[in-house]
Design a protein around this ligand. Structure first.
Ligand code: ZN
Length: 339
């Protein structure tokens, strides 16, 4: 199996936000091309790998776009205002280093610093924040970046305690790594497989819908992150039973979809047969490409395998490596077993 941590490092170094996925697509191509019969990119940039099998069409999708910041105004002093690309959480971004697509560094700041003990920072909104790129004035800033350019969180994945890794963009580059790792293990699939690395999920699950409309699969399985209910930061989420290190999940429901029973049962049966410990997942907040596939074509039987993740959409997302490895194993079994 391909090493998920190494893949994550390479993907994070390449990552750009929704609409600019070409760089991470190049990394994915480099690994995936050898494991499929056919490779193509569609009109919006979804990267698709076909691995032929005798059975029904199955689409396996992981979105390859990430959240980020798009410069939309540069003021006279050279400070950069931005729009979020996807679900940026202002409070979790303050003070954080970012890097623009051309390599220019900066730092996210709120207009007013809070006094100690103040709760003002938690109330900061995107339009009251800016990126400081160190320029002395507008002219100097405009030599470095231009309106429309995008930036991402600037950090490297690291291994931390408990077999966990901390990284920006586990959502969803870790799932891309899981799909790549699974592809490397699939020999003679029972189903006719389409691996899709989709674009623009973070801005409304746009790519997966177009891919499913074109592929017309019988079954669709997304791979993505899910929230957990096992840390103080997730107190708002205490009714989520998913925990880090408890195994990959079989999704039952999120805000985008109530998963179709045949897929839920297929995934559970595959996990049980392969001896993979899994968790049932109901994600209280957020949607995935699962719903986009389900509502495409004539209606696609859809479900999702998730990697449990803490602090999702922050620069310090935490996932467990064995959860990710076992998610890859579950993908392999789901793909190799006739649906
Ligand atoms: Zn995601």
């Amino acid at each position: 199996m391909l090493n998920i941590f190494d893949l994550q490092k390479e993907l994070v170094a390449a990552a750009l936000p929704s609409g600019l996925e070409e760089r991470q697509a190049e990394v994915i191509k480099k690994y995936a091309a050898r494991y499929c019969d056919e490779m193509y990119t569609d009109g919006v940039g979804n990267l698709i790998f076909h691995k032929k099998g005798p059975g029904k069409k199955m689409m396996l999708v992981a979105h390859m776009d990430v959240i980020g910041f798009m410069a939309n105004h540069i003021d006279e002093r050279g400070f950069v205002r931005f729009l979020p690309v996807g679900g940026i959480n202002p409070a979790l971004s303050i003070g954080y280093p970012v890097v623009f697509e051309n390599g220019v560094f900066g730092c996210v700041q709120p207009d007013e610093k809070a006094k100690p003990g103040s709760t003002a920072l938690s109330k900061v909104e995107m339009h009251n924040m800016y990126i400081d790129i160190g320029a002395r004035n507008k002219a100097e800033a405009e030599k470095l970046i231009s309106v429309g350019m995008c930036a991402t969180f600037c950090a490297e994945p690291v291994q931390i305690a408990g077999g966990n890794i901390m990284t920006p963009y586990a959502d969803n580059l870790a799932s891309c790594a899981v799909l790549l790792s699974a592809m490397s293990e699939i020999t003679y699939p029972a189903n006719d497989l389409y691996f899709v690395f989709s674009v623009q999920e973070e801005v409304g699950c746009r790519g997966a819908k177009m891919a499913a409309n074109a592929i017309k699969p019988y079954a669709g399985i997304a791979v993505d992150l899910t929230r957990t209910g096992d840390s103080p930061a997730e107190l708002d989420n205490e009714r989520m039973v998913v925990r880090l290190g408890g195994g990959p999940t079989v999704k039952i429901r999120d805000n985008s979809a109530i998963c179709d029973k045949p897929i839920v049962e297929h995934l559970r049966a595959c996990a049980e047969k392969a001896g993979i410990t899994y968790q049932d997942e109901i994600m209280i907040l957020g949607g995935t490409d699962t719903g986009a596939m389900q509502r495409s074509y004539e209606g696609v039987l859809s479900g999702c395998i998730s990697i449990p993740g803490r602090n999702i959409h922050s620069p310090g997302e935490i996932i467990n490596l064995s959860d990710a490895d076992n998610a890859a194993k579950l993908v392999v079994h789901a793909a190799m077993t006739e649906i």
